[in-house]
Design a protein around this ligand. Structure first.
Ligand code: 5GP
Length: 199
């Protein structure tokens, strides 16, 4: 049997501290059809982050230039910094036959869903605001002002969860991971993406 699949764009959002990073790295490690779109940001790199791997770290001027060139599929200001998904990243990865995962905020997700209605959209939720707070302070990557800003924004982000096709609560990591994997596995089998040719 010959099988062909149309690649998909998978938009995943969730408040800072929900555990997106861990879920992404496990997902990508377990499914070779998935790849991550590297965004551009004006935020400073955190310890351990690499330019071109975690993000393309750019200046405000470079960001404005990319906006003027219409280089972004979507872009937004998140927690006081600019972020954008480069069209070139998406095109390059889809052309290689890979499913592209976007880790973007709800403002960006809204733009992608409008332009790419066949995308798969998943919102990750924390079990509680208290757990989110504990995780953000526990990971020790941001200053407390930055953490408080992210916690304040979390409420507004969670209110937008209804815009996504799927919602997954990350309380138990293994369960959340298996739920996201199940969504992706089912989406791959949609007849609109999957052409099994019986010979
Ligand atoms: P962080 O600074 O913690 O890496 O990311 C902060 C937030 O920005 C996260 O919610 C993340 O999903 C979002 N984000 C990262 N890249 C992009 C992007 O390219 N576009 C948009 N709209 N949001 C992004």
């Amino acid at each position: 049997m010959k099988e062909e699949r149309k690649c998909m764009l998978i938009v995943i959002s969730g408040p800072s501290g929900v555990g997106k990073g861990t879920i992404f790295s496990r997902l990508l490690a377990s499914d070779p059809s998935l790849t991550f779109s590297v965004s551009a940001t004006t935020r400073a790199p955190r310890t351990g982050e690499t330019d071109g791997v975690d993000y393309f770290f750019i200046t405000d001027e470079q960001y404005q230039e990319l906006v003027a060139q219409d280089a972004f599929l979507e872009h937004a200001t998140v927690h006081g910094h600019s972020y954008g998904t480069l069209k070139s990243q998406i095109e390059e990865k889809l052309s290689k036959g890979l499913n592209v995962v976007l880790d973007i905020d709800p403002q960006g997700a809204k733009q992608v869903i409008a332009q790419w209605p066949e995308c798969v959209s998943i919102f990750l939720l924390p079990p509680s605001y208290q757990k989110l707070r504990e995780r953000l302070y526990g990971r020790n990557t941001d200053a407390s002002e930055e953490i408080e800003r992210r916690l304040k924004n979390a409420k507004g982000e969670i209110e937008q969860a209804g815009m996504y096709q799927y919602a997954v609560v990350n309380d138990d990591l293994q369960l959340a991971l298996s739920q996201v994997s199940a969504i992706i596995a089912a989406e791959k089998q949609r007849t609109s993406r999957y052409f099994p040719v019986v010979e």
